[in-house]
Design a protein around this ligand. Structure first.
Ligand SMILES: [Zn+2]
Length: 523
């Protein structure tokens, strides 16, 4: 039991809604136990940053049963105390683009400060089963899924198992069997399957269009219309830009702008950094013009100069590499960690292992800080990890921690948020700490809250919000994962709480807790 104080006691109030704590930040509340006045958890004396209310000051936080019940300068009694003096307390980080929702992936993300990780770009081929399986097995951090356009297409066009994981969908992207034009009956079947999943709680529809870049544009309009009818967004990995592939039926950025404008659907533009690359300014002009006319388009980016994709992706055809600003030596095969040396080797790898993961090195982040700054600049873009499933180049053992060296991924899976906050804290790319925190918390929550009202209680540190809380050491926070040592966990996230339960405590991963809860659509 603890009792601490940052100032004199204040009278206060309690609300069941998230309540901005305002300039004074003196909101208090009822207690867990009216007889003792105890909170379940008290976080003492940290610098609390809430991007929505603008609070940035020393406070104590009281938590009861997974909810923030007090943010105050007054002393609070609690059964468990977390000493946050000298530390920064922010809302639990929200990653709206993660493909690593298994235990190993969630552990890496928790160590990177993440309390909610959502699979929205690829989505789950069978959303109902994905939620049921996660609930049965338990999850370390909060989770959620979109309906997978590619997964449904693979099932209807190529007979792939609907119960497949999103990892299986990603591994099948390099195959051509699912990409042919659909016949009328197939369109109807795909639409029905997607709609069923929206009824099963999917947070929208994930559209991996960039992997089927010649897909019928009318099919995309139908999919967006379906999402719009359910009041849900689409999450699109855009078709190539015309500068990258002049043979596409429509420019990737223009397509998103036009469909959002014509259907009224909320269209979220996935990793606009890696799909636009050196053409990012032109893509933004197209999107800004549509947004100015009332289209609802949101976007995200990640702080790395290399992407990761399957080697069978259309963007890695030997004949069009240069249009993507790539040399063959910029492609590194994840299984071997070795750069490819010739176009013939690339063609052969695409034939024998089209689902094999590769890095595509677009630019060196250290050498091009201005480019990194451009990718992270717009305030309303969310920071995401695009965390990739682990590749096991040896025995697969998800429960092993620390991860063995033969488990590899993209370093963004482990380090996106540590890197972003470190960049802000060191002033390296002109991003302020407040902007960075907002892009990792409030922005993704705001992008998703029309689809899922539960997101209104996340991404904020306010009374009535979920006790998803990340506490970091400003002197120590950093990513450590590199393109060589891809799974080194981030450092400096001292405490990470999911629903009031510590999943990281004193910088150590907690092995046996499973407080993660589903995030579903409002239906
Ligand atoms: Zn993608």
């Amino acid at each position: 039991m603890t009792n601490s104080s940052l100032g004199s006691a204040q009278s206060g109030r309690f609300s069941t809604q998230c309540t901005p704590t305002g300039e004074a930040g003196m909101v208090e509340s009822v207690h867990a136990d009216p007889n003792t006045g105890n909170y379940d958890v008290v976080i003492e004396g940290g610098r609390v940053i809430d991007p929505e209310s603008g609070l940035d000051d020393l406070r104590n936080i009281g938590i009861v049963g997974g909810e923030i019940r007090a943010i105050t300068t007054s002393g609070l009694l609690g059964r468990k105390k977390i000493d946050a003096r000298g530390l920064i307390i922010v809302p639990g980080l929200i990653d709206m683009h993660s493909h690593a929702l298994d235990l190993a992936g969630q552990r890496l993300q928790a160590m990177d400060g993440v309390t909610t990780a959502l699979e929205l770009e690829c989505g789950a081929p069978d959303v109902g089963s994905a939620y049921a399986e996660a609930a049965q097995d338990g999850r370390l951090i909060n989770y959620g899924y979109s309906a997978s356009w590619a997964g449904v297409r693979m099932h209807v066009m190529a007979g792939e198992d609907r119960a497949a994981t999103s990892g299986h969908v990603l591994a099948t992207l390099g195959s051509h069997r699912w990409k042919r034009d659909a016949r009328l009956g197939e369109h109807v079947k795909m639409r029905d399957l997607l709609e069923n999943q929206l009824r099963d709680g999917a947070l929208g529809i994930g559209i991996l269009l960039g992997y089927s870049p010649y897909a019928d544009p009318y099919e995309m309009i139908d999919v967006a219309r379906l999402a719009q009818e359910h009041g849900l967004p689409t999450f699109t990995h855009a078709r190539p830009l015309v500068e990258q592939d002049s043979s596409v039926p429509v420019d990737g950025a223009r397509e998103i702008a036009e469909i959002a404008a014509s259907t009224g659907a909320h269209m979220h533009y996935c990793h606009i950094n890696s799909t636009s690359n050196q053409h990012i300014d032109r893509a933004c002009i197209v999107l800004d013009a549509a947004t100015a006319e009332g289209a609802r388009i949101t976007a995200e980016s990640y702080p790395y100069g290399a992407g990761m994709t399957v080697v069978g992706a259309e963007s890695l055809r030997p004949e069009t590499l240069s249009a993507y600003e790539l040399e063959v030596t910029d492609i590194i095969y994840s299984k071997t960690g070795r750069a490819l040396t010739s176009l013939e080797e690339l063609a052969e790898l695409r034939r024998v292992d089209p689902g094999g993961l590769v890095f595509e090195r677009y630019f060196d982040e250290q050498a091009s800080p201005n480019r990194l700054a451009r990718m992270l600049a717009p305030d309303d873009w969310a920071v995401v990890s695009d965390a990739m499933p682990l590749v096991w180049n040896g025995p697969r053992n998800e429960t092993q921690w620390p991860l063995p060296a033969h488990a590899t991924t993209h370093p963004r899976s482990a380090g996106t948020f540590g890197r972003t906050l470190k960049l802000a804290l060191t002033g390296a790319i002109g991003l302020t700490l407040g902007q960075a925190v907002s892009k990792c918390t409030l922005q993704p929550a705001s992008i998703l809250e029309a689809a899922s009202p539960a997101m209104r209680r996340k991404g904020r540190l306010q009374v009535g919000c979920d006790a998803d809380i990340t506490i970091l050491d400003p002197e120590a926070v950093t990513d450590r994962a590199t393109y060589i040592n891809t799974t080194l966990p981030s450092q400096g996230f001292r405490h990470v709480l999911v629903g009031g339960v510590s999943v990281v405590q004193d910088g150590e991963l907690q092995m046996d807790v499973r407080p993660g809860r589903p995030v579903r659509n409002s239906s």
